[in-house]
Design a binder for this molecule. Structure first.
Ligand SMILES: Nc1nc2c(ncn2[C@@H]2O[C@H](COP(=O)(O)OP(=O)(O)OP(=O)(O)O)[C@@H](O)[C@H]2O)c(=O)[nH]1
Ligand SMILES: [Mg+2]
Length: 478
């Protein structure tokens, strides 16, 4: 059995190596399959795609900017993201609008935010942007228009590109390998339903309690909003265990400010001038048309960069200069911790999910190409190879979460995919020896077999057939 590769071992991981071999086998079948092998190979060698979803104004685009390290996505209180946008590493910086029929139009030269779209938003399926930013080397980010009944149009665009389009035609749809799901106090049922239809599992979905610097009573409350948000996140993580891998508190605005280099030495000096105010006195000073000692424009800039909480709590540290303030803001934002999860746990399952896309691409080729039998042999060899057991099991888990999330088979699949070592996959302690592992695998195989005699759904039937094969392989001690 393999475990998902971490960021360090990528490139040489067994899943990638095995898929690469299958693509070589495919290309060897006939010359006209070489193009197909290359097209599918481009999925294998591109970074996995992480989609940022959540309701209107949840802070999605702000987080995208923080992760990219530049203000590339429009964020404003009044301006909503209107089309799905993909941010991928690449030089030179450029953008294309992909229309519903798959046609690509070059978007006007960009520096920072796009100046205009080359077609009406309604004709565009998504915007594809390439940016020379090392921060997005390991994952491509997808920013989406907010979900929510108030903005039916935007909500519809997100669903069409990520879900409905995918079901009808692959031309202009976007496949996501993992999701970062933003919400404030708690997600709504329709948002959870959206995630399920997106085809992601709790293993490749990260919950984010966003705008955490305003959580609870906010800047002036007795409690530090970020600490309060962290405590609430732990509770939510337990409540939402069937939907997300964990929940993290994030103040994207603070990270956007630091990671895009927006904060200057002068900003820090201005902020330090406010250090002596009592908190309430400060807030009422900032509310005045003339917020002396600062000019109104400086006050507006500081609030835009730091939010009310950042201004209030950052004053003291600002006396040490912009570098100290930046470091404090970055840590407080929660984004460094989020980046670590994106690179490791979430990234690992996103790569497994991407591998599943490749297996499915090969399978669909076996249906449509005249060399059906040869392709089928390649696919069958791949699907039964221990190197890709986790990939196949994750595919079954995704299907089962849609068909029957409370089934014991769903729980069993999750245990198998989620755990990194063989004993833990089988529900055994890490000290379990080879004999115990063999015995347990064969017991589980027998149970799966008897359950398969009375399955309720096609998804369960197919999942059990794979589990029987996998347990059999482990039980045979290979
Ligand atoms: N205080 C604070 N404000 C934030 C934070 N993140 C975003 N905002 C503000 O919230 C507003 C909306 O942020 P966006 O990033 O545009 O939100 P969005 O989810 O992309 O919005 P739509 O695309 O319209 O759905 C902007 O004014 C941001 O400055 C945060 O962490 N803290
Ligand atoms: Mg947005």
């Amino acid at each position: 059995m393999t475990t998902p590769a971490t960021s360090e071992s990528r490139g040489s991981d067994p899943v990638t190596a095995r898929l690469d071999r299958a693509l070589h086998d495919l290309a060897a079948i006939s010359p006209d399959l070489i193009d197909n092998a290359n097209r599918i190979g481009s999925i294998l060698w591109a970074p996995p795609r992480v989609v940022i979803v959540g309701r209107l104004k949840a802070g999605k685009s702000t987080l995208v900017n923080a992760l990219v390290g530049a203000r590339v996505a429009a964020t404003a209180a009044l301006e909503a993201t209107s089309v799905v946008s993909i941010y991928q590493e690449g030089s030179p910086a450029r953008a294309e609008a992909v229309l519903h029929n798959g046609q690509r139009l070059r978007a006007p030269a960009i520096k920072g935010t796009l100046s205009s779209l080359p077609a009406e938003a309604d004709q565009i399926s998504y915007l594809h942007r390439w940016l020379p930013s090392a921060s997005i080397r390991d994952y491509t980010l997808i920013d989406t228009p907010g979900l929510g009944t108030l903005t039916t149009e935007n909500d519809r665009r997100t669903r069409r590109v990520l879900i409905d389009g995918f079901e009808q035609t692959r031309v202009a749809s976007v496949d996501a390998d993992a999701a970062v799901f933003l919400f404030d106090s708690a997600p709504r049922a329709d948002e959870i339903d959206f995630l399920r239809r997106l085809g992601v599992t709790p293993l490749n979905t990260l919950g984010v309690l966003s705008r955490a610097d305003g959580f609870g009573e906010g800047a002036l409350g007795v409690r530090d909003p970020l600490e309060h948000a962290a405590e609430h996140s732990r509770r939510l993580a337990a409540d939402l265990a069937g939907t997300v891998m964990t929940v993290m508190p994030v103040a994207g605005l603070l990270a956007e400010t630091t990671h895009t280099g927006a904060l200057t030495e002068q900003d820090a000096r201005h902020l330090a001038e406010l250090a002596h105010f009592e908190p309430r006195e400060l807030v009422s000073t900032l509310d005045r048309p003339d917020p002396a000692p600062l000019p109104a424009a400086v006050r507006d800039r500081l609030l835009d960069l730091l939010g009310e909480d950042g201004v209030l709590r950052g004053r003291e540290i600002a006396t040490q200069g912009a570098a100290a303030l930046n470091a404090w803001l970055a840590e407080r934002s929660g984004v460094p911790a989020l980046r670590r999860i994106l690179a490791d746990e979430l990234g690992a399952f996103a790569r497994l999910h991407r591998a599943g896309r490749i297996v499915r691409e090969l399978e669909s080729l076996a249906y449509t190409h005249s060399a059906r039998d040869e392709i089928r042999t390649v696919v069958d060899g791949l699907r039964t190879d221990p190197a890709v057991f986790d990939v196949v099991l994750l595919g079954h888990l995704t299907a089962m979460l849609g068909a029957d999330p409370t089934s014991e088979v769903t729980t069993e699949l999750r245990r198998m995919v989620e755990n990194p070592t063989l004993p833990s996959k089988l529900g055994l302690p890490s000290t379990a020896g080879p004999d115990e592992i063999t015995r347990t695998a064969l017991d589980l195989r027998a149970q799966a077999h008897s359950r398969s005699l009375s399955t309720l759904t096609a998804a369960e039937d197919s999942a059990l057939a794979t589990l029987i094969h996998v347990y059999g392989h482990v039980g045979a001690g290979r």
